[in-house]
Ligand binder design. Structure first.
Ligand code: BGP
Length: 490
């Protein structure tokens, strides 16, 4: 007889919680020995600006950004003041019943310029305090080693990940934190949304001065990504040696894509776009460069320089689990587009999907797309999956009663959790669900505070004014109940 555990529900020990990143919460960018990271050199965007336009501005102004000590022009320098308010913040998360909280370590807090031989003790001590505070409430830390975070010193020294030298500096940093937090952190991931390295500076830490054609830029970006793959494999090896039983994940920005029509031209293009996304998990989970990339590299005149032994290393040290962010889906046509939907999804062939609503930033809301993504990734890789970002960035208003009634956020999250439940019933092995982001923080792509994601409102505006006071929104109490019932009461 065919044995079945259907219907399935979220497993015991399911990691319910939320996620954040150092450069969007900590602030204290130049305190206790810390120096600048690339993220902290990216200015606030104006409406309509995205990663690519921001990167352009950063390229033009990096030296100016380094000289500036303004945290108004560069909002990631003040974050939401987590550096000083972490006890209050973690207490709020514990009140919601969090089982896990994802933060990232700011590399530039541990090795301020990136190339020091000894770490900065004040930086290490800060994360000790943060992890201890989480454990006080039984919250499991989930740690990203690099969330768009590279000491800007390494951009200046050798152009970030474009140089193979970055691998040695990164692995000195990872060895340091694995040894230090051995008894405190079990779940790790290497590079946040590694696939966005194909878009530029914010993820590669590499400037593209003097590169004229799109292909020249792709050459630099994919070479930088190869260095990240190797660094990630080496970090996985180190982790398993230093903390037996600890788990290393990769992290993919998954924008599920559909063919816009059943025209085979659209279907083929959707498949190509999807391969460009799954390339990253093919390398990090299967441990090898897939054949379809040879064709892509040839068509774009890209030659990846590898050392003897790189391929073996990738094969030998794949990740233990696959984590991903999911916010939206896209619909792909054969034709190249440059409209708002293409910008929002990072897919140059994307068109508006008439069946979906979208946020004020053009992110198309598609809960069922999460079910499709989970099934696709599980079928292809057969390693545990972990949703480490999902949420609705939108405007919130403090009502006359002094509260924040964010029913739209509850609706968004409920619909996504329902679909996640369906995927679990479909048979997907799912470790946990972390929303982006439990406490309002600075948006990465826009640098605005007003694009809010939290269960907790932070009194801070786009110009850096406000008391930073924390106020639970309606969604705070809703999510508390979701966790208490292990996702049964939605
Ligand atoms: C992901 C990033 C996060 C986060 C989130 C929301 O791409 O990993 O850092 O910011 O998206 O995006 P945004 O802040 O641009 O709204």
């Amino acid at each position: 007889m065919y044995a079945t555990d259907y219907p399935r529900t979220f497993k015991p020990g399911f990691l319910w919680g939320g996620a954040s990143a150092a450069s969007q919460i900590e602030g204290a960018w130049n305190i206790d020995g810390k120096k600048l990271s690339g993220a902290e050199c990216i200015k606030g965007a104006k409406p309509g600006e995205t990663h690519s336009t921001l990167d352009e501005a950063t390229r033009a102004s990096i030296s100016e950004a380094i000289k500036s000590d303004s945290d108004k022009e560069y909002p990631k320098r003040h974050g939401n003041d987590f550096y000083h308010r972490y006890p209050e913040d973690i207490k709020l998360l514990s009140e919601m019943g969090f089982k896990a909280f994802r933060i990232s370590i700011a590399w530039s807090r541990i090795f301020p310029n990136g190339d020091e031989l000894t770490p900065n003790e004040a930086g290490l001590a800060f994360y000790d305090r943060v992890f201890d505070e989480m454990h006080k409430y039984g919250i499991e830390p989930v740690v990203t080693l690099s969330h768009y975070e590279m000491p800007v010193g390494l951009t200046i020294k050798y152009n970030g990940w474009a140089s193979r030298e970055a691998i040695a500096d990164f692995t000195r940093y990872t060895e340091t934190v694995f040894k230090r937090y051995k008894g405190k952190v079990k779940y790790w991931m290497t590079f946040n949304e590694i696939n966005t390295g194909a878009q530029g500076f914010h993820a590669t830490g590499a400037l593209e001065d003097g590169l004229k054609t799109a292909d020249e830029k792709l050459q630099l970006r994919y070479q930088a990504l190869h260095h990240q793959f190797v660094a990630s494999a080496l970090a996985t090896k180190q982790l398993h040696e230093i903390i037996p039983g600890a788990k290393m994940g990769c992290m993919l920005a998954r924008t599920q894509t559909y063919p816009a029509t059943c025209n085979p031209d659209d279907v083929i293009m959707a498949q190509k776009i999807d391969q460009l996304n799954l390339f990253f998990t093919d390398v990090q989970v299967r441990g090898e460069y897939p054949e379809y990339m040879n064709r892509y590299f040839a068509e774009h005149h890209i030659v990846i320089k590898m050392l003897a032994g790189d391929q073996k290393l990738l094969k030998k040290y794949p990740v233990d689990y696959l984590s991903f962010s999911y916010y939206m889906s896209s619909a792909t046509t054969a034709e190249e587009r440059h409209d708002a939907t293409a910008e929002a999804t990072g897919n140059q062939h994307a068109v508006r999907n008439k069946y979906l609503e979208q946020t004020p930033w053009g992110w198309q809301i598609d809960p069922q797309g999460l079910r499709v993504a989970l099934n696709t990734l599980w079928d292809r890789y057969r390693v545990p999956l972990f949703v480490v970002e999902n949420g609705m960035g939108t405007y919130d208003k403090v009502a006359e009663d002094g509260k924040i009634h964010d029913q739209y956020r509850i609706d968004y999250l409920r619909a996504h959790i329902e679909q996640m439940k369906e995927a679990v019933e479909d048979g997907v092995d799912l470790m946990g669900y972390l929303t982006w982001a439990p406490i309002d923080l600075v948006s990465f792509s826009t640098s605005q505070m007003s694009k809010r994601y939290g269960f907790v409102y932070v009194d801070l505006d786009d110009n850096g004014n406000g008391t930073m006071r924390r106020m639970p929104k309606d969604s705070f109490y809703w999510y508390q109940h979701v966790i208490a019932t292990n996702g049964e009461a939605l």
